[in-house]
Design a protein around this ligand. Structure first.
Ligand code: UDP
Ligand code: MG
Length: 147
């Protein structure tokens, strides 16, 4: 069983797509084990996007990601990390295939709606960065044996 951090970015909130995106994650079979709204700031973004902090477009990412709150979730499931990345689609929505979230709802890399962890190590670090232990709930779904 794997867990991943998911962020529904400010454009998901601004465009009223939060429910629709979460519905897709639920329908994929992923279990929500934590969820909250959060206002991000430059400090947490410099950690979260450390691999991009030196890029010329980093200030634009900070403006985008701080314009309003995000919805942060932890989702769980078998191979959740790869399943999520497939469900999101490519980082650049123009390269994301139809029936993915970015392929269906986004047009530009600067507004691509959703973040998910890109590997197991990143998932552990990101979950710790965004959630306190007591915010994560452990429970069983009655249909979990079907997954
Ligand atoms: N990003 C951008 N321009 C780029 C590359 C990335 O605006 O040329 C933003 C975009 O919002 C992307 C985020 O930075 O989702 C993180 O980039 P990463 O390569 O980690 O892509 P992701 O994991 O989100 O698919
Ligand atoms: Mg990434």
């Amino acid at each position: 069983m794997q867990r991943s951090l998911v962020l529904l970015k400010p454009d998901a909130i601004q465009r009223g797509l939060v429910g629709e995106i979460i519905a897709r994650l639920e329908k994929r079979g992923l279990k929500i084990v934590a969820m909250k709204t959060m206002q991000l700031d430059e400090t947490i973004l410099k950690e979260h996007y450390a691999h991009l902090a030196s890029k010329p477009f980093f200030p634009e990412i900070v403006s985008y990601m701080t314009i309003c709150p995000v919805v942060a979730l932890i989702v769980e499931g078998p191979n959740a990390i790869a399943a999520l990345r497939n469900t999101l689609g490519a980082t650049n929505p123009l390269e994301a295939v139809p029936w993915t979230i970015r392929g269906d709802y986004a047009l530009s890399i600067g507004f691509n709606l959703i973040h998910a962890s890109d590997g197991e190590e990143a998932a552990v670090a990101e979950i710790k960065r965004f959630f306190k232990e007591e915010e994560v709930l452990n429970y069983n779904k009655i249909d979990s044996n079907l997954l």
